[in-house]
Design a protein around this ligand. Sequence first.
Ligand SMILES: O=C(O)[C@H](O)[C@@H](O)[C@H](O)[C@H](O)COP(=O)(O)O
Length: 236
Amino acid sequence: MLNIYQTKEEASRAAARHFVECAGLAIEKHGKFTVALTGGSSPGGMYDLLTREFIDQVDWGKIFVFWGDERWVPLEDERSNAGNAFKDFLDKVSIPKEQIFPMYKDGISAEEYAKEYSAILDQVLEDGKTFDLIFLGMGDDGHTASLFPGEKVIHEKEKKVAAYFLEPQDMYRITLTAPLINSAKSVAFIAFGAKKANALYEVIKGEKNIEKYPSQIIAPAGELMWYVDKEAAAKI
Ligand SMILES: O=C(O)[C@H](O)[C@@H](O)[C@H](O)[C@H](O)COP(=O)(O)O
């Protein structure tokens, strides 16, 4: 469902509400809530609301946190998606540390950790396979998670988690793969601003070209939600 809001504040509020609702339903159903967070700047407003206004509406002790993707850098590095999420969100709520799984580990290669991360998911996810909720951002180029245009990781079918060297950024990336993302009960994109307008149009209304607009590959078994502002939706 495409939800368009006047401002990014309103869209962030709706995304935060979605988090609260999904958490409540999952905890009622199976005693825990498994969620993957997105990197980028887009979830900032939602994090802020979750740590203040909505803080008493979530049973934080029952939440298990993962990431959709990560730059292969230590958490102290300002490019770390996990490091930023701790600062803006996770350090301010009472999720037990052992229930938070950054996609980075010292002293091991990205490829090795992708296998380890996959094994952790097998243990923690309901039935070993489905997330309750995955948040995704979308790049101005239509990428999502670390599924970048033209990269063969877009078509990965076997692995749940993949790592590879992303030449244009000169760094390793680690990412949930499309089949795992698509098995989620709910997937929620958050995208704001005029710079996203072209990609959003192409992903939602354009001709199918997954190589060029990898976000098109996201078609979950469960619900697909978009939380966008009117600037991002300008071309739709
Ligand atoms: O690590 C990454 O590169 C992100 O996970 C990426 O997929 C991000 O979500 C988008 O690039 C949107 O970024 P913004 O939210 O900053 O626009």
